[in-house]
Structure formats: C-alpha cells, structure tokens
Design a protein around this ligand. Sequence first.
Ligand code: ADP
Ligand code: MG
Length: 727
Amino acid sequence: MTKNDSLTKQLKHFFGFDNFKGDQEAIIRNLLAGNDTFVLMPTGGGKSLCYQLPSLIMDGTAIVVSPLIALMKNQVDVINGMSEEGGVAHYLNSSLNKAAITQVMDDIRSGKTKLLYVAPESLNKEENVEFFKSVKISFYAIDEAHCISEWGHDFRPEYRNIRPTINKIGEAPVIALTATATDKVRTDIKKCLGIVDAKEFKSSFNRPNLYYEVRSKRNDDDTNKQIIMFIRQNPGKSGIIYCLSRKKVEELAEILRANEIKAAPYHAGLDSATRSQTQDDFLMERIDVIVATIAFGMGIDKPDVRFVIHYDIPKSLEGYYQETGRAGRDGGEGQCIVFYSPKDLQKLEKFMEGKPIAEQDIGKQLLQETEAYAESSVCRRKLLLHYFGETYTEDNCNNCDNCLHPKQKREAKDALVVILKAIKALKENFMQDYVIDFVKGRGTDDIVSHHHDELEEFGEGEDIEPRIWNPVIRQAMIMGYIKKDVENYGLLKLTAAGKRFIKSPSSFMIVEDRDFKDEFEADEHEMTGSALDPQLFSLLSNLRKKVAKTNNLPGYVIFQDVSLEQMATMYPVTMSELQNIQGVGAGKAKRYGQPFIELISQYCKENSIERPEELRVRTVAKKSMLKVKIIQSIDRQIALDDLAQAQGLDFEELLDEVEAIVYSGTKINIDYFLEEVMDDDHVDDIYDYFMDSETDSIDAALDELGSDYSEDEIRLVRIKFLSEQAN
Ligand code: ADP
Ligand code: MG
C-alpha cells in the first residue's frame, strides 16, 4: 500500500471495511493534511479508526494517549491481529517490565511500530520524553479527551500535562477524541491541548431508539420491587443496573437472584478473574442482568443491552449519557430508567464537602444540571441534547416519559420578562440561584453586599409563585433567550432573542417541574389507604382475637393492626410472603403465622382473588448493619444509653430501632438495663398494664400511667413485654 492509494482502498486493505462511517473519512483527511482535529462522536461511532488508519499510512509512530490500561491491550491486539508482522502496535504503561519496554523501544526505533498507546503518566515520564525526542512522531491522538477538563465527568489531572510534554517531544498534529463534552468541556479541551483552531467534527448525540424515564425513589425496598417487576416484564433481556456503592451492588444482585433473576454483581473490589468471568457470562447470555458500579461498561461491546437502570442519580449528566449509551447500540430497544430522590442529591453534595472549594463548586453545578434534568417536565431528549450544545426541534420525541405523558403547559410571559430584566440589571454577572433570590426579593448577605437590594428590579417577582423560577430559567435556555457563559461557567447571559423579548414580549409557554416531595407523600397515602379488603381484614381480626385468647395475650402482641391491614391488602399465602408484611419477622411468622396464611389462602380461593404481583418479590434475609450491631450489643449487655451514643443516635432513635427489632419478631433481653435504670415494682406495674391493655399505643399508656412514668420507661418495658410475650 502506498500513500496514494485511495483511502477507501486502504480502509478495505487494513480493516476489511467497505465504507467509512459518519465523518471518518473527512476526519482522516484533515489529519493526513497535517491539521489539528477535534472529534466528538458518540460511543460506538468508530473513533479509534480515525487515528488507527492514518497511523498506518503516515511516516513515523503515532502516540495515542488513553486512560484505560485494559482497553490499550485490547486495541493493540486488534491492530496486531490485522498484520502479518508483530509489533505494528504497542502499549507503554506501568504494567510493563524492563525487558518489555526495551522491546517496545527497539520496535519503534526500527520503524516497525506505527501506533503506540500510552497512559498519560507514561507519556509525561522524563526518560520516555527523552526517547520520544529521538524518533519520528507522526501525530498525537488524545482519546477520551474529556478527561482533560475539570468540568468533565472523568477528570484526570495527568491529562493536564499533555501539552507541555508534547512541546518537549516535538510538534506534530494533534487529534482529540471524545464521546461526551458540553460546550464548556469542549472549550477546555481545545485550550488545554493548545489546539484552539482545530477543525471540529461533531456527530449528533441523539439516540432516537433510547427511551428515557425518571422514576421517583421512595426507599430502597420500593425501588428493589420496582426493578424486579420491571425485569419480570422484560424477561430474557440483557440489562445493566448501576449503583453508586459496592455494598448496594452486592445487596441488589443478591435480591435479584433470590427472585430467580439471573444476575451478577460487578465492581472494582472483585478480583479480576471473577470480573472477567462475569463479563463473559453477560456477553454469552448466561446471565441477564449485571448490577454494577460505573466501573463496568467501558470497553464492553454488547450491542443488544435492552435496559440500563440507574439505582441512584448520577453525579453528572455526561456520566448519565455515557452510561445509558450502552443500551440499544444495535439501534433496537433501549430503556433507560433512573430512580431519583432529592435526598440522594443532597447526599452527593455532602460527600463533596471534604474536597477543595473549586472542585466543590464544579461538582455542585454539575449536580444542579442533573437535578434540572430529573425534575423537569420537558422532553428528556431535548434536555440532554441541549446539555451537549445541540438543538432538538421536535415538539414530542414520543420516546420519553415526559413526552408520553405530557403536562399541561402554562403561560409564563411575565415571569420571563422579570427574569430577563433581572439578568440585565445584574450585568449578566451572576448564576441562577443568585438571580432567583434577586427576583424573589431575598436580601441575602451576598445580595446586600453587592447593593443589589437597592436596584429597582430587586423583588420584581415577589408576587409570582416561587417554584416557577427554575423551570422558567431552564426552559428559557432551551428556547434560546438565556445562555450560560462558557468561560465563567454558570453566569447567566442574555442572547439577542432574550434582549428582544424584553422589548416586545410574546407568549412563553412552559411546563412546571415535577414535585418529587409531593409525589412521595401522595404515594404514602395510597399505600395505607386504598386497596384494603375490609372483609378479609375483619376475618383476620377475628382470628387474631381467637389466637390471642388461647395464648392469654392481648391481640396486638400476635400481630399489630398495620400488619393485618397489609395482609388484607397483599394477600400473603406462604411463609416467605408473610415475612414481607410489615412488622412480621421470621420468628413471628413461625410462631403465629400458619393459621393466618391458611385463612388468607382459603379466602382467595373462595373469592377468586387475583393477588398483586408485588408480594412475590422476595427480600433476602437481611437486617441492616445497624440492627445487627444493636442486637449484638444487647447480647453483650451494653447499657442502652452507651449503645445509642456509640452508634451516634439519640436515645429515642435507638428505642425506635429496638422496637422495630422486637416488632418484627426478634427476641431480645434488656433486663440487665432495666435493672440498672428502673425500680422492679415500676417495671411490673407497666408490664401488667400492657398485659391487660387492648392496645400497645404509647399515647394510651401515657394517659393511663403518665403521671407516674416517663415515656422512655414505658417504651422500655413495652420492649421487654413484646419480646417475652410476642416473640
Ligand atoms: P468508539 O471509540 O467511537 O466508541 P470504536 O472505535 O471502538 O468506537 O468502534 C466501534 C465499532 O465500530 C468497532 O467494532 C469498529 O470495528 C467498528 N467500526 C469502526 N469503523 C467502521 C467502519 N468504517 N465500518 C464498519 N465498522 C466500523
Ligand atoms: Mg473509543
């Protein structure tokens, strides 16, 4: 092959492909002409070929900087597999020994090696720089170039040194490639690599086949159930579930397996043999679902992943886009669901507190973008693409939750005018939160110190309901009235259209955000209220009375009302289902459960009742770490007040935990503590009260005993009583 053969021929010759994909040919020509080049192409778009092919054609060795050692080896094997001779491609990183390094250098010197993959640390190493100076470098390729920016989701400080090192080694064209970059990150990359004039090749980020949905996350149990039911509705399909912590990964994988789902955990804490086995099993479809931290997915190429679920809200939208991008790569179905709770976001923000201020600021702004995405009622696709600097013009994408269930739009012309005027009055020098405080008329320290409370526009929006400001600003950005500054990221600026709008306002229709807190409360009501079967409930109550009588105990000691209510809603008919009922642990189920499930089962048959799917979701026998700690400590007779302190709990909080433990049927003995803090007779008084009482309510007990005993004392004795009588 010579340089003059047509590029398509070379493509066929080296790679066996008939045609270039997307912009590949234009990109390659630009690089061959000696120009700096910037490539933005989604994952799977074929970025590697954009530097691999030119390296094979050009004189000298191309240096490819790549952050992932595992991927380097893979790519090197692929290239070497294509040619008769070895050594066409090599990699240089910390995993090589001396002899291997010498071999690499010999091959480069002799001109055999066209393509050298290096980790950024190895590139920057003094002795390597000296060596590279002595050979011909055809060009530099920076793969995963977003790693260079602090504003990216995957910042690697070593990437910052690439330009200075290139300057030491010697000039040659630079090609930077990435699959995700906002305008901010893109500007950063070019600046930092010193290629501000590079020609940019940007493919669309739109993945029309991906379905996007945000679900409200109430608590772990509920999320687990939703996931299990989702997988059951999608049997046999491959999917990935991302969790933030290794612990969660392990837990969820176990719960899925307990529910007969072929699932396996994957995270960086597992040994590499296990990990590659799991990858293999997934590729070969011996398992359907991988539960993973974000360590999983880079470099695995399974085209028919049908769903990607995020158990926790991700730290940035770039990360989210990247991870969801692993679904539906063959163009087929790809459902992307994320579970969102505002609390998770606060937790992520808290994690950042130990970090340097600059890093925290960046992290917070990235989180705000995620929050905006989750809470907005605008088309998800429009939001995502806007984030990556792309305009999506369709009104309805028909493939996201917000488009399939559109919200009523409302007029927000006046609110937008208020905002635009405020931005102008603040000289386009402040971020979203500041602008919102300003229009609301909140005289924060910051605003007062800038004397902005003295401006005419201060408090202009006082009478407008406050929850509308975030959606107004975000949707004004999407519509092109406002933009975020790239240089000083986050400062709100007016566009030309925004300035025109102030002079001649027109209709501005928006959709309000979803209110996840309200939804949460509404759901809670639904859980307790609606589906209760009154007939069954009264049958169960009668049975409880009977059982109580034979055991000479008050009814609630057998099962609490909430437990009966749940039974009359969920219809448990096996022991394991019964244990899924609130307040029923293994001990209690064994001791009293049998007649209850018999009754329910009989009742279901007689009335042909279809039982709700939900209950078939099995939980694994797990007690939270805290509960386990508490039980162990009580076994060791540690004073409860010391125990509370050791666990960082109030005494009341500890009592809550202990009550939950005994109510679910675990027997514990706190006599040692009662002896220490209470008089024997007092204990007996309260104990007798509970023995005769119709209810375990603390309020009722306080009415009866309150003048003599404190709430804590009553609760302590109730714990003893329940533990002895009920468990
Ligand atoms: P990216 O780095 O952009 O995620 P890769 O470079 O790993 O993508 O390429 C993704 C897949 O596309 C690879 O399997 C590669 O062999 C294939 N590919 C690249 N270019 C072409 C082409 N012109 N024709 C057919 N397949 C291609
Ligand atoms: Mg790649």
